[in-house]
Write a new protein. Structure first.
Length: 97
């Protein structure tokens, strides 16, 4: 089953600017080799459920090393028999515009 997860993760105990921590999470996502799309409010990751959730956990484990409070929001879109949806969903909407 193909899963697209939208992940937002950042510490709540590190002041107003948390971009350095977000960058750490994005580096973990990039290192996973899974298709992903970084955006201003989160990062979408595509793969099978186990792969995607393992990346989410690695992001969390990275931040928990030096963060006492972490916000994690994950939204999942799970669909059987479909791959390449990260780009395909956007193309489908753009064709209709």
């Amino acid at each position: 089953m193909s899963v697209i997860a939208q992940l937002s993760i950042f510490p709540l105990d590190k002041g107003d600017s948390v971009s350095a921590y977000v960058a750490r999470a994005v580096a973990v996502i990039r290192a996973s080799g899974l298709p992903h799309s970084f955006g201003p409010m989160g990062t979408c990751i595509e793969g099978d459920y186990g792969q995607v959730m393992a990346v989410v956990e690695r992001c969390y484990r990275d931040l928990e090393q030096d963060c006492d409070r972490i916000y994690v929001n994950v939204n999942l879109d799970c669909r059987k028999g479909a791959d390449g949806r990260l780009e395909g969903k956007v193309r489908s909407v753009e064709k209709k515009l």
